[in-house]
Design a protein around this ligand. Structure first.
Ligand SMILES: [Zn+2]
Length: 228
């Protein structure tokens, strides 16, 4: 079988990985929030089932929740033997076309809110307005275009440390932009959600469910996307 080329949106120089979180082991029985009803997430580490044909598949994941060893550089984190790509493969998630390094989207001003997930609109706003966000959106768009020119469906995985905030926000935003451009999108599917409940994170409070604010922020992202 022909090996797919992996492309990395790598912001290692701006990245950090000091986000403290307990080591999640238990898998909650309760189902995670899903932004899209066309697919289901399995009970084991985000296995995607019932996948419909699409031109774009978007996922988010936290390397730490999968027990992947820490690496400073993004390419090592993803591609080292036993790294993110290998680990996901062992859980049944195929190699992705594009991996996006969201570790560089950290904002200490929202540290007090990290018991919520990336659905919290104040965290979302901080990430969307982060100085590195536009660059990530632009690079991802360029790479996705390249995949499309090669005539293949594009799988994009947003990667951060805990898989609950930065990567969730970028994945939601990318899926929004692709859909708005008329693409058939599966996802975003948040592969680290299994750990959210164990870590007692919130995705159901008023600010995590503020659809009006979310819509406004996605509008800002789409402007960046269009001008990228
Ligand atoms: Zn919340």
């Amino acid at each position: 079988m022909e090996k797919k080329e992996k492309i990395l949106v790598d912001l290692t120089a701006d990245s950090d990985d000091d986000e403290a979180l307990p080591d999640p082991k238990a898998i909650p029985a309760e189902s995670a929030p899903q932004s899209e009803k066309k697919f289901k997430i399995g009970t084991e580490w985000g296995e995607i089932i019932d996948k419909k044909p699409a031109d774009v598949v978007v996922t988010s994941v936290g390397w730490k929740t999968l027990g992947v060893p820490y690496k400073y550089t993004f390419s090592e984190l993803v591609e080292t033997s036993g790294g993110l790509s290998d680990t996901l493969l062992s859980w049944g998630t195929p190699a992705q076309d594009i991996y996006v390094d969201c570790r560089a989207l950290k904002d200490d001003n929202v540290k007090r809110l990290l018991m919520h997930t990336g659905f919290h609109v104040d965290i979302m706003e901080a990430v969307v307005k982060h100085r590195n966000f536009r660059n990530l959106v632009k690079q991802t768009k360029d790479l996705a275009k390249r995949c499309k020119e090669e005539g293949r469906a594009t799988s994009i995985m947003a990667v951060c440390t805990s898989g609950a905030h930065r990567s969730v926000i970028l994945a939601e935003a990318l899926a929004f932009c692709f859909r708005k451009d008329g693409h058939e999108v599966v996802g975003p599917s948040h592969l680290s959600w299994c750990s959210w409940k164990d870590r007692k994170l919130c995705w159901t409070c008023e600010r995590c469910k503020d659809e009006k604010k979310r819509e406004q922020l996605h509008g800002i992202v789409y402007e960046m996307w269009k001008s990228a």
